[in-house]
Design a protein around this ligand. Structure first.
Ligand code: C2E
Ligand code: CA
Ligand code: CA
Length: 275
């Protein structure tokens, strides 16, 4: 595409991609029963040349509108695969890492070939990656593509999560069509724990997920009351500021090691849990 017909944001984005201005931070996902970190979600940030760090909410919607988000999804996957290789070389625990796939990317033709190429290039093994798809990810013309992509990734040994559960349309239809491995409860409901209505919605969703054989991860966990409620209703995994904000690769590796040591000490001393 020639520079003249690129929009302002597209030009800026293409330039940033060329200059390697995108980076990935990792938010730990924790087993609330033990406090042990069991993986992380990869979250993109735009590190401008002037040092400013821009959060995804400020550019992802524009890139989606311009149709260039698939290029960023690919860049993020490459960075994550590179980080996994680096951590393996240094013998740090790092996986599994959960990568977000935008609607445009997941619904695109030929996507499984590209994902295979990238993961094989970096020698990514079974169980080292999972992919998050939002329930609004299925566009009107995606047809069978999303369920096919999900089946393909699962055959390769990667798990598939339904992101932001409860916030989009056709949720139950998508649950019927795709055999998800993980269901992520949206922060909107977690932040309303204490309100009887939200609690009914959450507890019945956890029961349904369990019956469907899905693992449940609560997003946006910020306090002990929420942890108590979730554990009582059978949801054991969480990510949220109570445990950790998203961290740079280096800080995530350190945090994971510290946490493992702390939990081992607690276990040796017969203490209950570290939360
Ligand atoms: P998401 O996938 O739902 O990611 C979780 C967001 O919630 C992250 O915001 C995270 O920092 C924030 N969060 C986690 N725990 C808490 C908490 O306890 N309290 C509060 N208030 N917030 C919490 P972030 O990093 O700003 O990302 C925003 C959204 O941008 C993501 O929502 C996702 O939809 C999108 N995004 C981020 N990275 C990527 C990416 O690499 N590819 C695609 N396609 N989308 C991405
Ligand atoms: Ca996500
Ligand atoms: Ca989410």
């Amino acid at each position: 595409m020639s520079a003249e017909i690129l929009s302002g944001i597209e030009q800026e984005f293409t330039e940033a991609l060329k200059n390697g201005e995108f980076c990935v931070w990792y938010q730990p996902q924790v087993d609330m029963r033990t406090g042990v970190i069991r993986g992380a979600e990869a979250l993109v940030r735009w590190q401008k040349k002037n040092g400013e760090l821009i959060p995804p909410d400020q550019f992802v919607p524009d890139l989606e509108k311009e149709g260039v988000m698939p290029l960023l999804d690919e860049e993020v996957l490459r960075i994550v695969c590179g980080d996994i290789c680096d951590a393996k070389q240094k013998r740090y625990s790092f996986c599994p890492v959960s990568v977000n796939l935008s609607r445009l990317y997941a619904g695109r033709k030929g996507i499984s070939g590209i994902l295979r190429e990238i993961t094989e290039e970096y020698g990514i093994g079974k169980g080292e990656l999972s992919f998050e798809i939002t329930e609004t990810a299925k566009g009107p013309d995606d047809g069978e593509r999303m369920p096919q992509l999900a089946r393909y990734l699962q055959r390769k040994g990667f798990r598939i999560a339904m992101d932001d559960y409860g916030m989009g349309n056709s949720t139950l239809k998508l649950l019927q069509e795709i055999r998800f491995d993980i269901l992520k409860l949206d922060r909107f409901f977690i932040s309303r724990i204490g309100d009887p209505k939200a609690e009914v919605i959450l507890s019945s969703t956890i029961t349904m997920a369990e019956a469907l054989g899905l693992e449940v991860i609560a997003e946006g966990v910020e306090n002990r009351e929420q942890i108590r409620f979730l554990l009582k209703h059978g949801c054991c995994f969480a990510q949220g500021y109570y445990y950790s904000r998203p961290l740079t690769k280096e800080r995530y590796m350190m945090r994971r090691m510290e946490r493992a040591l702390l939990c081992a000490e607690d276990e040796a001393a017969g203490r209950e849990e570290t939360v």
